[in-house]
Ligand binder design. Sequence first.
Ligand SMILES: [Cu+2]
Length: 446
Amino acid sequence: MFRQNAYYFASILSIIVLFSSLSLPFWSHPVFGQAPATQTSQEQYDKLKNCTTDLSKKPTSVEYLTHFNCGHVSKDESGRTVRQFTLIVEENQKIPVSYEGHILDAWTFNGTIPGPTIRVTEGDLVRIRVINSNENSNPHSLHTHSIHYAKNDGVSMGGYPGGAISPGRSYTYEFIAQPYGVYPYHCHVDPIADHINRGLYGMMIIDPKEPRPQMSEMAMLLNGYDLDLDLEGPTKIPPAALFQAIEQDDTEGSNITEGAISNETSTDANMTDGALSNETSTDANMTDGALSNETSMDANMQHADEEDNGGEDEVTDEDDGGVDRTNEIYTVNGKAFDFMMNPIVLQTGKPYRVYVVNMLEFDLVNSFHLHGAMFDYYTAGTDETADYSTDIVTLSQGDRGIMEFTYAYPGTYMFHAHQTEFTDLGWMGLFDVRGEPVDPPLHDDT
Ligand SMILES: [Cu+2]
């Protein structure tokens, strides 16, 4: 299994490399950002991008590396390229997320975590139809990063129909792809942390109109899973007074807090001073009776948690109403230790490009560390020139970029999060670099 996949990947890579070098000699002198001598047609460009011809395929987490979905292509009356995608949201999915039998009770876009890598070109008209399956119980949406009208932002604020698609309904999000770069997309329905942790996210690449220098490309999406779904529930912003009460006094804090929140929100306003009561009354308007009950439960749970872990601070996300949530598994592309089991075969002296997106929920940061080589890093992929050369990039949730690197020496090299906890819990992989040693590439900043 392990060798089979490694050879499979090696042969795919060599086909890509062979294809690029045979059919497109002008790529041998790539001048990114300058007009190429020959205009690349949309069809040629899609081949360069390694666009899949099987749009309905559900790639495995290993296949996800090189599986780029460029949509159903047509032209509008003005000759503009139109790319259409369909994402079907399905709840009640059982997704294996490790080799040791861990199963996530997942919600998916098109049956996989991450969802398909959507790949388009700057200036394309993109239409993404999201269908919320009839069997589902929750509303969902699609929020893509980048530029678009508010109605296609996939957020409930503003009352747009695309902000929350009910089960059995669909909505088509439409935008002109801009600017070029690499982006996350995800469901934006509350509680967002749950909708993301369940698996509703993916990567979107907007390629520049003039192709980047050609090299073998991979997609790596960093994520994690909190498998203990018992803690899920509605999340709301607790009244400001709640925080004020907690901050007032550590020793009496629990009494004051519990007293305050066992009453309705209006009582909180009485306990606060003039300056705060304005804020509090605004909060009271935003919340309803049901919320005050939930808030009090959350606060009690939070206190219980603090006692349990001896006051040690886990990451407490306000979106979770104060309930601590932690990931049990961390991965790149969906399955723990997948690229330890299936090392990625590379060749010395050949440049590689990795599109990286961090969608890890509950932990504040994630990172990518490469062994044995340095990579040029393009933050968000929105510029032609690299920002810096490094072997670690640190990413907050939603952060992303492009890494380009070449190995000088053959051998087995790790890549992993530079947080040991994440590494130990699945976020670790191997590059199997083959070929003769070459001179290490000198950093070219020109
Ligand atoms: Cu959702």
